[in-house]
Design a protein around this ligand. Structure first.
Ligand code: PMP
Length: 361
């Protein structure tokens, strides 16, 4: 069997032990003679999976019963709408911090439903950096403040959370969820598509403070109310059973690896391997992000020409490293190194970068 280092931006690399576990029990889940794919979401077996995924998630996040973990479909893009559909009460206004395309999209959805201000934006700097605290122009009455913790396309990440006072903080963590220790209590709501750090595509995790579940949702539509998911343990309708099952296994893998502290340490080393190769190249590789805003999940850089960029992607693939082409909005190379990417994978890529520069620089 061929194995490669998978640097895809999402869907992305999954832990090998999890894939092997899924393969082993795919045809016969825990001796019951059925596949998990064939089981009722009302079965005792699936309810246990669903419960386990919520419990593990809360344990990893270090939150108690004042938070709920919901499993929702429709991707993070649906959360761009669900957040204002639940929280943006008529006559109120929300604040959005714009650090890339995804936060712009979240802001646009909110504006379709009500008032959504821009509290800060680094667009004028091509989203190369995260704003400073002093740049935040927060509305004292903002009903919530929305941020994107990691900007998947541009390769920037918040390393110190913004201080938003007592305003509820809402975060899209799709591309750095559970990649490092996290002070979850700082957030009123976190959402993340699973397909980068914690599982396959098909489920989006919402971590929500119970006080938000007590308020009346703005929307009357059942499937768009967080309270529907909370009241029914995410089993109001048929959930994405297989995706939640895999999320539970990935969370177990994170625990087995030593939890967020250990995962976070490894992610720091991985990112350092790649950024060191950029920094020692004397300008052959030009990082998109300002160094202080660099993402540990997605490193983005350009080469001296588009021709060389194409050659880099081609030769890396031939050397067993796939998924390195940058997003069209930034161009160049994007190295996505989510939790399941090994340090060895990043070090192998860094050596490839050195050699590629020696041959083409
Ligand atoms: N937010 C971020 C930060 C993302 O990286 C992505 C997907 N790359 C999205 C939102 C959109 O997610 P989805 O495709 O699950 O709707």
């Amino acid at each position: 069997m061929t194995t490669v280092y998978n640097f895809n931006p999402g869907p992305a690399v999954l832990p090998r032990p999890v894939l092997e576990h899924v393969q082993r029990e795919l045809l016969d889940y825990q001796g019951g003679g059925l596949s998990i794919l064939e089981m009722s979401h009302r079965s005792r077996e699936y309810e246990a999976v669903n419960q386990s995924a919520e419990t593990r998630m809360k344990r990893l996040l270090g939150v108690g019963d004042d938070y709920r973990v919901l499993f929702v479909q429709g991707g993070a893009s649906t959360q761009f709408a669900m957040v204002p559909m639940n929280l943006l009460q008529p006559g109120t206004s929300a604040d959005y911090i714009l650090t890339g395309t995804w936060s712009e999209k979240a802001h646009e959805e909110a504006r379709k439903l009500g008032e959504a201000r821009v509290a800060a934006s680094t667009k004028a700097d091509k989203f190369r950096r995260i704003p400073d605290q002093s740049e935040l122009d927060l509305n004292p009455k903002a009903i919530y403040v929305h941020m994107t913790t990691n900007n998947t396309l541009f390769g920037t990440q918040w390393h110190v959370l913004p201080d938003v006072g007592d305003r509820p903080l809402v975060a899209d963590m799709s591309s750095d969820f559970l990649s490092r220790p996290l002070d979850a209590q700082r957030f009123a709501l976190i959402y993340a598509g699973a397909q980068k750090n914690i599982g396959p595509a098909g489920v989006t995790v919402v971590v929500i403070h119970s006080s938000l579940l007590e308020q009346k949702p703005v929307t009357p539509l059942t499937m768009f109310q967080y309270s529907t998911y909370a009241k029914n343990n995410s089993l109001y309708n048929t959930p994405p059973v297989f995706a939640v099952y895999m999320v539970d296994l990935v969370l177990q893998w994170i625990e087995d690896e030593g939890g967020l502290q250990a995962i976070g340490q490894r992610n720091i080393q991985k990112a350092a391997a790649v950024y060191n190769a950029v920094d020692r190249s004397g300008g052959f590789y030009r990082g998109h992000a300002e160094p202080a805003s660099r993402s540990q999940m997605n490193a983005t850089f350009r080469l001296p020409s588009e021709e060389l960029e194409k050659q880099f992607v081609r030769e890396a693939k031939a050397a067993g490293m796939v998924g390195l082409a940058g997003h069209r909005s930034v161009g160049g190379i994007r190295v996505s190194m989510y939790n399941a990417m090994s340090l060895e994978g990043c070090e192998t890529l860094a050596s490839f970068m050195d050699e590629f520069m020696q041959q083409n620089g």
